[in-house]
Design a protein around this ligand. Structure first.
Ligand code: FE2
Length: 269
């Protein structure tokens, strides 16, 4: 498959320059915050690229749109941090909306100077990339673009779940009980997403993360998780982290292995 490399390369270069313009002159804390989002975007782009290349049902134009949307999905993060010094999304500071508005107000012409053909679908994808439920009136192409950008964004959560630096930021829950909380176990068993309200412990968070693997929208997305070995990496990393260092382990071994096997079996179906 030959995607429109000139559009994609230009957008990626301009995105990197855009991110670096925020970093320039910023103090070290702010620079680090911007850098996290720049690196995140590059990884999401790489994941999207692999998924697009491995998919059998994506035409060249749709593949190009997916990669452009992946590059731009988090542009709103930079302004969000500049204004609030936080990545918390609230009613007044919602990064998908900040990004979509920025692109609507001329930003998209800067990143994609050559054509206005894809503006609408890209901005729509940026606006909805964080939503739990997508709007109902999307056409087939819009749905596919949104789904693959979302899958690729989630791949990066799997990656970050195995990084020592990000672990304490992502998982502030208590070590707590050895067994999975009841609601968490039930949702996982039924291949449903784990409700945030049911999560009590870090072990529950592992189940929540693994349950995201079951929500991948394409076969190529599932294959990407298998190829990257994210399930084993996450389970093994959590095993290491679910201890207080004094010989107390905060997971039930059987349940932990059940989470691992159940997720892998789902992905290989
Ligand atoms: Fe985002």
């Amino acid at each position: 498959m030959t995607l429109d490399q000139s559009l994609i390369q230009k957008a990626l270069e301009r995105f990197i320059k855009f991110a670096e313009s925020y970093m320039k002159g910023a103090n070290s804390e702010n620079r680090e915050a911007y850098r996290l989002k720049k690196d995140h975007t590059v990884r999401v782009f790489e994941a999207a690229k692999t998924i697009v290349e491995q998919s059998k049902n994506i035409d060249i134009e749709t593949g190009t749109i997916i990669l452009l949307a992946a590059i731009l999905h988090d542009v709103g993060r930079f302004e969000q941090w500049k204004l609030t010094k936080s990545y918390r999304d609230t009613a007044g500071s919602n990064h998908p909306e900040i990004g979509a508005r920025m692109l609507e107000n001329g930003g998209i012409e800067h990143f994609i100077p050559k054509t206005r053909k894809y503006d609408k679908i890209i901005i729509m994808t940026v606006r909805w990339h964080g939503a739990l439920n997508l709007p109902e009136n999307l056409n087939e192409r819009e749905l596919l673009v949104c789904q693959i950008v979302r899958d690729s964004d989630r791949m990066d959560i799997f990656y970050q779940s195995t990084i020592k630096r990000d672990f304490p930021i992502l998982y502030s829950q208590k070590l707590g009980n050895k067994n999975l909380s009841e609601g968490v176990k039930k949702s996982f068993e039924e291949d449903k997403s784990v409700q945030w309200a049911h999560v009590r412990t870090k072990f529950d968070m592992l189940a929540l993360r693994l349950a995201l693997c079951k929500q991948m929208s394409t076969q190529a997305s599932k294959e990407y998780i298998i190829k990257k070995d994210y399930v084993n990496s996450m389970v093994d990393f959590f095993k290491k982290m679910l201890t207080d260092g004094k010989g107390h382990f905060y997971y039930n071994v059987e349940e932990l292995e059940w989470l691992r096997n159940n997720t892998m079996e789902y992905l290989m179906r």
